[in-house]
Design a protein around this ligand. Structure first.
Ligand SMILES: [Zn+2]
Length: 343
């Protein structure tokens, strides 16, 4: 959104509710100018700039200067890097962290002010508290994006490797916590991300929510990542295309694995894009601004930036360049700032 829209949205908020005192740590306009400089600088250096809409980190274990160097080397212009609160810290009473704002303070051209990740334990153990914390953070006006909320999440490949198969998140998206989150997004205009495994039985509840909260901007993470094909016979290019057409408030992020990436629990190649590239590319070409580049870096893989960026570039390189440019950064720009990225 531009500055005027931003201020208007703040004004609109003030009409509907009694809000806490608002302190703007950052001027959205100058942040946007910094991101723009980064994008144009990478283009001038001959790289396709990437605006990563979905990554997370452990704020207690990050070598920030080294990480930023990695971003520069890999052509990552801007990252929405959200805090995942580690279990130990959560148990010690640290429920929410504004550390993402420290990133923005130290490297304002590199990072987007992003809320905490909705995962274990903060979201799964005490979702009401986590939503309270999100509400306070988003109403403070200091964040431009919420983190990734896990509604349905199978154990990740790395968790399976570590034997952490106990973690299997299932929070109904159309339950009370889902309603509260969608309503918060609608009220503030701040988009949020969902991790929501692709299963036939989960599609209708999501559609109901998208329809009921048309002003809530939802980013469904992990485009065409299906862990068990037998559970998702309905989901294919035709379905996704219709879904995007039925729900203009839905976006999809493109964090998914390489062609040979295997989900160990099912033994299936879960990054389905690669099995039907033409079909999926047609959907992207029909609605390019609904697809957002994402790396899905996390606290247990901060050292994998080059490999993950390589994966993402393999996918972007599979698209015609004008389309790749939209997915790489222009779609995020339009979603977050409500305007076209103009050269
Ligand atoms: Zn995810």
């Amino acid at each position: 959104m531009n500055r005027r829209t931003f201020l208007t949205s703040i004004g609109a908020l003030a009409v509907g509710a009694a809000l806490p005192a608002r302190t703007h740590a950052f001027d959205p306009q100058s942040l946007r100018q910094g991101y723009r400089r980064r994008i144009l600088g990478l283009k001038a250096a001959g790289m396709l700039p990437i605006f990563d809409i979905e990554s997370s980190y452990n704020p207690y274990r990050i070598d920030l200067p080294a990480f930023v160097q990695g971003m520069d080397a890999n052509g990552i212009a801007v990252m929405a890097l959200s805090v995942d609160m580690p279990g130990k810290e959560y148990s010690a009473g640290n429920r929410w962290s504004d550390h993402s704002l420290d990133l923005v303070r130290d490297y304002p051209d590199h990072f987007l002010p992003t809320g905490n990740g909705g995962n274990h334990p903060a979201w799964t153990r005490n979702p009401d508290q986590f939503l309270d914390d999100n509400e306070a953070a988003m109403l403070s006006g200091r964040y431009l994006l919420m983190g990734e909320f896990e509604f349905r999440h199978y154990p990740s490949p790395r968790q399976i490797e570590r034997g952490e198969t106990h973690r299997d998140v299932a929070i109904p998206i159309d339950g009370p916590h889902g309603h509260r989150l969608f309503a918060l997004a609608e009220r503030t205009g701040v988009p949020f991300q969902i991790h929501y495994e692709i299963e036939d039985g989960l599609l209708a509840p999501l559609e109901n929510m998208l329809q009921r909260y048309p002003a809530a901007k939802v980013i469904w993470c992990h485009f065409a990542q299906i862990r068990y094909a037998a559970r998702a016979p309905s989901y294919g290019p035709a379905y996704l295309r219709q879904l995007l057409e039925r729900h203009p408030n839905l976006y999809v992020d493109t964090a998914f694995g390489g062609a040979n990436s295997l989900y160990q629990a099912s033994g299936e190649r879960h990054a389905r894009y690669w099995a039907d590239r033409d079909g999926w590319r047609d959907v992207i070409a029909a609605h390019p601004y609904r697809f957002l580049a994402a790396l899905d870096i996390g606290g247990d893989r901060m050292d994998r930036l080059t490999a993950w960026a390589g994966n993402l570039r393999d996918f972007l390189g599979d698209l015609p360049l004008p389309l790749a440019e939209v997915v790489a950064y222009k779609a995020a720009w339009r979603l977050l700032f409500g305007e076209e990225f103009a050269i």
